[in-house]
Structures are given as structure tokens and as C-alpha cells.
Design a protein. Structure first.
Ligand SMILES: *Cc1c(COP(=O)(O)O)cnc(C)c1O
Length: 382
């Protein structure tokens, strides 16, 4: 099976993790801080706070933004459920906004239309690794006094108008799940230029306690104060060892993903009715996903192509069904289908083709070959 995404682990990654395992610290030791410092430096941000997952990072961002009951937070209709779940964890209400059907990114015009006097924040999701239109989103956020949060779980390594992802929003959230741009197994990070927001997230990830174990040791003091309700959302030294070593190869990973995307672009020109998602000018893409639309004039439908390709051991996938169509959202938020028509329409056409740095040219040729065959009506009937 050629999967849609997978990690790339080398000998050095393994050596670094083993070394950490043999050190005095397994959980919050010196490597957590080093990984955060290095991550801040690579993304050009002032502060980076690690957490145990991308979901925890989003939850921490909502907490730092002081989202609470009665507050509305704008999220795109097409994203992973964790984006809007994080709003609900803090008692807020996610407000789904339709996406641009060409890019699956938030459409700033439609964002503006959904703003009410209860809106507190906008979450921009860099779908597939392509940065959102941050210039327009920043303008809207400033005009209405909203916090701009980036769900950059797909886009580490991307650049928007000369600025790296990680510096584009007030709070920028990353995931280190194995299919994401770099991995720590599970893991996440929030970057910000605000020392106040960074402090809040640090406290939040460790039970709401004002000082961590190392700070208490250094101060030779056993007392701590829990000042608010927090969680155990800490990343470990073991994971940070892997993160540091992966971060060193981020540029290589991003370049490789862009090479593969260019090859897909080229080969797909020969397939009628199959189009990659559009790319806005002025940004470099991180290509976490390579998503195509199986259009009507391909003569096939997405689910049939999906099944035909899966039967041939191509691990194609679909990212994502509009979040509010999940039963939890339909039941709890009483959202009806039809809320975001563009998202619902494009959802029926999208297919994620395999994309990961260790994918070979032969793998890619096989994917495109089987895609071509799968579009053929005779094979679909099988
Ligand atoms: C992966 C992902 C998350 C959640 O990250 P985890 O590390 O799996 O918790 C959130 N949002 C998006 C868009 C993602 O792709």
C-alpha cells in the first residue's frame, strides 16, 4: 500500500531519541526548551511553546485568547474536526464559514459577512499546506478587534509574501503527528510574538501552575500555586529529541514535497477532468496534501475512484467532510446541511493523492497510472 502520508525517520533521528532515553530527563528536561528555541528560530517567531499535540495547541490558543461561553469563533467549513472542537472545549461557539472552492481556504469576503458583536477570533486553516490570505484576514481582524489564530498544522515550512508560517497570526498552531511536515509521534507547538500569550499557554499546558518543576528546583522552593484550571499537555524530552532532529531536515522535506507536487502537476495535465487545487500567487506551499478535484467532465465520481484506487493499494484519502456534517455538530449545535454550499459541493469531488518526502518517482508514476485507469468507466463497474 502506498499511503497518503507517512513519517520519514532516519538513523540520526533514532540516535537522538536513544541519547535522550539514556539522559537524566525523560519528560520536561533541557531538550523541550531547545526544541522550542530552535522552532522559534526556524519560523522567525519570538516565542514557541510546545504541547502534547496539535489539538492541545489549538486548545491552548483558545484558552490564551480567552474564548468562553457566548463567544463566537470563525472557522472554515472544511478542516479537521480538532479546529472547531478546540473552540467548544473552552465553551465558545464555532461559526462555520464557507471556503473558496478553488483553494479550500477561508474566503475573507464570507468571513466579513459572518462577523457579529459576539465574534472574538478567526481561525485560518492553511489547508493542504497553502497559507491563507493573511493580509485580508489581518485587515478584518484589526478592523473588528479580533484575535487571528492560524491552524498551521499543514503548513510548517510554507512562506506567505516573504514571511514564514508561524509569524502570520497572533497565535500559530502546529501538529507533529506522523503525517505532518515534521513529527514527534504526537506533539504540537504554538508560536506568538506576545510574551503574555506565551506565558498563558505555558501555564495552561501544565495544570495552570505558575512554575514548572525545573523552575522550582532552580529556586530551591517546593511551593507552587495553581492559578487557573489547566491540563497536562506537555511535550516530553524524548519527543523533543526527535523534533529537533526532524526540524533539521524540514527544508529538505519541503523541497521534496514541492518536487513531487510539480511532477503530479505535470502528469495530471494528461488526465481530463482531474484538476489540482488552485494556488494563490505570492506564497510557497508546504504540500502536506496534494488534493485533486474529480470534476464532472472526468466521467467518474470521487467515491468510485477512491474505491478503485484503494483496491489497487493506493492509499488515497478525503480531506475533509465539512465539519458540521458530523453527527456531534448536527445534534449539539443543531446545524443543518446546506450551511456552506461551496464546501459541500467541493467535498464530493476532492481526493488526496499520496504525498510524503520518502515517496519515490516510481510510487508517483504508479499513483497517476492507477488514477487514470480508475477513471475509466469499465473499471469502475468492476
Ligand atoms: C492534524 C491536525 C490537527 C490536530 O493535530 P493533532 O496533532 O493530530 O492533535 C488540527 N488541525 C488540522 C488542520 C490538522 O491537520
Amino acid at each position: 500500500m502506498i499511503p497518503y502520508g507517512r513519517q520519514s525517520i532516519d538513523e540520526e533521528d533514532i540516535r537522538n531519541v536513544v541519547e535522550a532515553l539514556e539522559s537524566d530527563w525523560l519528560t520536561t528536561g533541557p531538550l523541550v526548551q531547545r526544541f522550542e528555541d530552535e522552532f522559534a528560530s526556524v519560523t522567525g517567531s519570538l516565542f514557541a511553546v510546545s504541547l502534547s499535540s496539535g489539538t492541545a495547541a489549538l486548545h491552548g490558543a483558545m484558552n490564551a485568547a480567552q474564548i468562553g461561553p457566548g463567544d463566537e469563533v470563525i472557522v472554515p467549513a472544511i478542516t479537521f474536526v480538532a479546529t472547531s472542537n478546540a473552540v467548544i472545549y473552552e465553551g465558545g461557539t464555532p461559526v462555520f464559514v464557507d471556503v473558496d472552492p478553488d483553494t479550500l481556504l477561508l474566503d475573507p469576503k464570507q468571513v466579513r459577512e459572518k462577523i457579529t458583536d459576539r465574534t472574538r477570533a478567526i481561525v485560518a486553516v492553511d489547508f493542504g499546506g497553502q497559507p491563507c490570505d493573511y493580509e485580508s484576514l489581518r485587515e478584518i481582524a484589526d478592523e473588528y478587534g479580533l484575535i487571528l489564530i492560524a491552524d498551521a498544522c499543514h503548513s510548517l515550512g510554507a512562506i506567505y509574501r516573504g514571511k514564514p508560517v508561524g509569524t502570520l497570526a497572533d497565535l500559530n498552531c502546529f501538529s507533529f503527528h506522523p503525517v505532518k511536515p515534521i513529527t514527534t509521534g504526537e506533539g504540537g507547538m504554538v508560536t506568538t510574538k506576545s510574551p503574555r500569550l506565551a506565558e498563558r499557554i505555558k501555564r495552561f499546558r501544565s495544570h495552570g501552575i505558575d512554575r514548572d518543576f525545573r523552575q522550582r528546583t532552580q529556586a530551591a522552593c517546593h511551593r507552587y500555586d495553581m492559578v487557573e484550571l489547566g491540563y497536562n499537555y506537555r511535550l516530553t524530552d524524548l519527543q523533543s529529541a526527535l523534533g529537533l532532529s526532524q526540524l533539521g531536515r524540514l527544508n529538505h522535506f519541503t523541497l521534496r514535497r514541492n518536487e513531487l507536487a510539480a511532477q503530479y502537476d505535470h502528469l495530471l495535465k494528461g488526465i481530463h477532468g482531474v484538476e489540482p487545487l488552485a494556488r494563490a500567487p505570492g506564497a510557497t506551499h508546504a504540500f502536506h496534501l496534494y488534493v485533486v478535484k474529480i470534476g464532472e467532465d472526468s466521467g467518474a465520481n470521487r467515491d468510485q475512484v477512491f474505491q478503485a484506487m484503494r483496491r489497487q493499494e493506493i492509499g488515497v484519502n478525503v480531506h475533509y467532510r465539512p465539519v458540521y456534517l458530523n453527527s456531534y455538530y448536527r445534534n449539539e449545535l443543531e446545524i443543518l446541511p446546506g450551511l456552506c454550499p461551496q464546501a459541500e459541493k467541493v467535498y464530493a469531488e476532492i481526493l488526496s493523492l499520496p504525498m510524503y518526502p520518502t515517496m519515490t518517482e516510481a510510487d508517483l508514476l504508479r499513483v497517476v497510472d492507477i488514477l487514470g485507469v480508475s477513471l475509466n468507466a469499465k473499471n469502475l463497474a468492476a
